[in-house]
Design a protein around this ligand. Structure first.
Ligand code: NAD
Length: 314
């Protein structure tokens, strides 16, 4: 259906531009002009027709609904599910069609009715979602965190049969942070006097610790330094641990109040300290990032089954 509808959509949208209305002349209060163009780059105008505002609105709604990407949400009642639902209300490219949570809705229906499914739930629900993604061959974009390393291996195997995009953090700013972290670690590879620590702070209802974002930051540090992450990660410290080992990447988690999410990466030597910090002021950055990602995933031609990350679609 894409081609025809896309053109009409662009044309209707374009008809709102004052410039073009003036060119057509006689622009009056409630009327809109429908421009028809042969090509999508607006080169040739072949017709200009005056239509009533109400017809214009009906046409616009029909076209938007026919063209929009149908999104399903697993974890609809949750904090992130609700944010994504809100972002979709103001989105032209994608619309919400179906959702489920642990007590409401059917996950199978979510996959049946959607073009792409967004999951922000729990590791258990995520694995159920993967089985439906395989059954209905629908791409799954997941922001769920808190997987064990054994589950991460399982995820790699599952992704052979589906298009699976996973991002421990959906915000654009944090994904830049990931990129800079790897670059900084690469630059510090020949300076072993600097050691790495990661501190993350979240609200008291967060279930996993350290956060998925903190773990991804740690993996980027290890990649940049050429280390095996599993060997150098140190989660929490207690009295019996003694002094920090050479090359160790330490993680500290703070849980307090309603803090949305803060991450700090420290590279410190005896003489100085380099710090990178990201602070989320609201959940909309994750929800908007998730919706933008879904649109990019859906619009990617001939995408093969496999496991993808946010940066694959930047
Ligand atoms: P939440 O507890 O507020 O919501 C969880 C949702 O999942 C609820 O709607 C719940 O009913 C649903 N759910 C749980 N089990 C289910 C099941 N078996 N079937 C269907 N639905 C089920 O949590 P939240 O704050 O919205 O976060 C959800 C996940 O997303 C967590 O893992 C969190 O760490 C992660 N998260 C990721 C990002 C990111 O950018 N990637 C940002 C924030 C949160």
């Amino acid at each position: 259906m894409g081609g025809v509808f896309k053109k009409v959509f662009v044309l209707l949208d374009f008809s709102l531009r004052g410039n073009e209305k003036r060119k057509c002349g006689n622009a009056k209060g409630h009327q809109r002009y429908l421009f028809l163009y042969i090509s999508s780059n607006f080169v040739s105008k072949i017709a200009c027709k005056k239509i009533e505002a109400n017809i214009y609105m009906v046409l616009l709604i029909i076209v938007i609904m026919a063209e929009a990407i149908k999104i399903g949400i697993v974890g609809l009642s949750g904090r992130m599910g609700q944010e994504i639902y809100g972002v979709l209300q103001g989105c032209r490219e994608a619309i919400f069609v179906c959702g489920c949570s642990s007590t409401q809705g059917s996950m199978e229906q979510v996959f049946e009715k959607s073009d792409v499914v967004i999951d922000f739930s729990s590791p258990e629900a995520f694995f159920t979602a993967c089985t439906f993604a395989k059954k209905y061959q629908k791409p799954l974009v997941s922001g769920t965190t808190g997987f064990s390393s054994q589950q991460e291996q399982q995820i790699k195997q599952i992704s052979v049969d589906i298009v699976l995009v996973m991002a421990a953090n959906m915000s654009f700013g944090v994904n830049l942070f990931f990129k800079f972290t790897k670059q900084m670690a690469q630059a510090l590879k020949s300076y072993p006097q600097y050691d790495a620590e990661i501190i993350e702070t979240h609200h008291i209802n967060k279930k996993d610790a350290p956060s998925g974002t903190a773990i991804t930051l740690g993996k980027k540090v290890a990649e940049g330094l050429g280390q095996n992450f599993e060997e150098v990660a140190k989660y929490g410290r207690n009295l019996s641990d003694g002094i920090k080992k050479q090359g160790e990447i330490g993680f500290s988690s703070i849980r307090s109040g309603g803090i949305i999410g803060e991450h700090t990466l420290i590279f410190a030597s005896k003489d100085d300290r380099i710090e990178l910090t990201h602070r989320a002021y609201n959940r909309t950055i994750f929800a908007q990032g998730a919706v933008d990602l879904v649109v990019r995933v859906f619009n990617t031609q001939n995408i093969a089954n496999g496991l993808y990350e946010y940066s694959d679609f930047l």
